[in-house]
Design a protein around this ligand. Structure first.
Ligand code: SF4
Length: 76
C-alpha cells in the first residue's frame, strides 16, 4: 500500500491523525496533513484505510498492493 495525499484540499480537521497517528501528522506551520510513513506496514493498513474513509475532504488516496503491483485500484 502506498499513501498519496492531495494536500491542497486538506482542512486540517485531524481525523487522519487521530485514526492513524503512526502514519499521519499535522504540520505545525499550516495545520495540514503530513505523511510520516508513505508505505505503511501491513499491520497499519486497516487504520490507514479507515483514515482515508473518515477524511471529510477525500485528501487521502491509497494505491493498492506492494511495489510489485501496478494494477491496484485506488479505494475510497
Ligand atoms: S482528515 Fe483529511 S482534511 Fe483532516 S487533516 Fe487529515 S487529510 Fe486533512
Amino acid at each position: 500500500m502506498r499513501v498519496v495525499i492531495d494536500r491542497e484540499r486538506c482542512q486540517g480537521a485531524g481525523m487522519c491523525v487521530l485514526t492513524a497517528p503512526a502514519v499521519f501528522d499535522q504540520s505545525e506551520e499550516d495545520g495540514r496533513v503530513v505523511v510520516l510513513d508513505p508505505e505503511p506496514a501491513p499491520a497499519l493498513e486497516a487504520a490507514v484505510a479507515r483514515a482515508a474513509q473518515l477524511c471529510p475532504n477525500g485528501v487521502i488516496s491509497l494505491l493498492g498492493g506492494s511495489a510489485a503491483s501496478s494494477a491496484g485500484a485506488p479505494t475510497g
